[in-house]
Design a protein around this ligand. Structure first.
Ligand code: AMP
Length: 375
């Protein structure tokens, strides 16, 4: 049974004490690692997910299995928790709104909404003076044909909503591919982005507390295979000035959204020969992020603990990185090598308890740690 609600209505400035309950929407590995971090502080966790069992519910104090649009189940869930957070960004806006009437939702429904729509996200970033790939909203083949005239090829067509890990996007190499590209996205409202000839991709994991303090981690350099994150290396191979610029841009995003919690901001690093800025933001995720998994092993306070601290109104922890790190995702069958990973000294192994190693499925990750080369 869910634990009784600690406080009837949590005042916005309330600091949640150990014994309080955090509600988490979503049952995946991010929810699991958040629940484990919460347990370290004696906080309880109630998972809400449509699946009967999930990586997160297996380590939580309580679980509700219901659809995200089940208003009764949502209200009952909210009555048992003191604060609500989420581990994926496609939580329906209406769900966040219903929940927010009963318990604070952090990060806020507003931050969630902006991140859910690539057009809103890009317009928000642009309004903050943050560079993004040139973009044009596109609803029809005619729109796309015109947008291709403006942005040229290659270009990337992306659905405005529900895209992740390269899903919901098509690269267009030639204007003649417009109709096929629109069809590939089933005519969903989209944006066309100029193709960015990036040198590398990096991300900044940043936390912001309710009082506006921020804690940013060093940028990590990300390599994707088949659009799925393969490795994150820290420190990223970039000069200190550029790394600072990335942190400053991420800080601007967090303040601009009056954000509470941890977010991941993804960047393209453009070649020095490019006219204009060297860094542009690809997107941000209003949640703990795969490219921040290294922080749990290489920093004083990892991203999961940091998120729990922020949403419970605790002081943020120290994001100081004590080690160099290489995080590698274990995808599908790769997790079968767990014994070899476990035998490596200096390698931290994390497995998500998923029962079936389907191709492309994130099953776990390892982080290799080395003393910092710069100290
Ligand atoms: P996204 O779904 O926006 O995170 O994109 C997934 C991946 O596609 C990124 O990590 C990039 O590797 C690539 N990509 C996305 N947008 C662009 C772009 N405008 N130019 C070049 N590559 C892109």
């Amino acid at each position: 049974m869910p634990s009784p609600k600690h406080l009837t209505a949590m005042a916005d400035s309330e600091i949640l004490s150990p014994g309080s309950t955090i509600g988490i929407l979503g049952g995946g590995q991010l929810g699991r690692m958040l629940a484990l971090a919460a347990a370290e502080f004696g906080l309880r966790v109630h998972i809400y997910a449509p699946e009967e069992t999930s990586p997160a519910s297996e380590v939580a104090d309580a679980a509700t299995c219901a659809a995200y649009d089940d208003a009764t189940a949502l209200t009952n869930f909210a009555a048992t928790v003191d604060v609500i957070t989420y581990e994926f960004e496609n939580v329906p806006g209406e769900t966040a709104r219903i929940l927010n009437e009963h318990a604070p939702v952090r990060p806020s429904p507003k931050a969630l909404a902006v991140s859910q729509d690539r057009l809103d996200e890009k317009q928000f970033l642009t309004s903050m003076g943050i560079a993004v790939a040139p973009f044009i909203p596109v609803d029809t083949v005619d729109d796309l044909t015109n947008a291709l005239k403006t942005l040229g090829t290659p270009a990337v067509l992306k659905t405005r909503r529900f895209g992740y890990d390269g899903k919901g996007q098509v690269k267009i190499n030639h204007p003649g591919e417009a109709a096929a590209a629109m069809e590939a996205l089933a005519g969903a409202p989209a944006i066309l982005e100029a193709f960015m000839p990036f040198e590398k991709e990096v991300s900044v994991i940043i936390a912001r507390a309710r009082d506006g303090t921020v804690a940013a981690y060093d940028p990590g350099e990300n390599v994707h295979i088949n659009h799925i994150l393969h490795t994150t290396t820290v420190p990223a191979d970039m000069d200190a000035r550029l790394a600072n610029d990335a942190i400053e841009m991420a800080t601007k995003v967090a303040h601009g959204l009056e954000y509470v919690g941890v977010m991941g901001v993804e960047f393209f690093v453009l070649p020095p020969t490019t006219d204009g800025p060297r860094l542009c933001v690809n997107e941000f995720a209003p949640r703990v992020h795969n490219s921040g998994h290294w922080t749990s092993d290489a920093c004083v306070t990892g991203q999961f603990e940091q998120h729990i601290r922020a949403i419970c109104n605790w002081p943020l922890g120290n994001p100081h990185r004590h080690s160099d790190a290489l995080m590698t995702n274990l995808i599908g069958q790769e997790a079968h090598d767990w014994q070899a990973h476990a035998a490596q000294s200096g390698r931290a192994l994390h497995l998500y308890g998923k029962h079936e190693a389907r191709p492309g499925r994130k099953m776990g990750h390892v982080t290799d740690l080395h003393p910092r080369r710069d100290q």
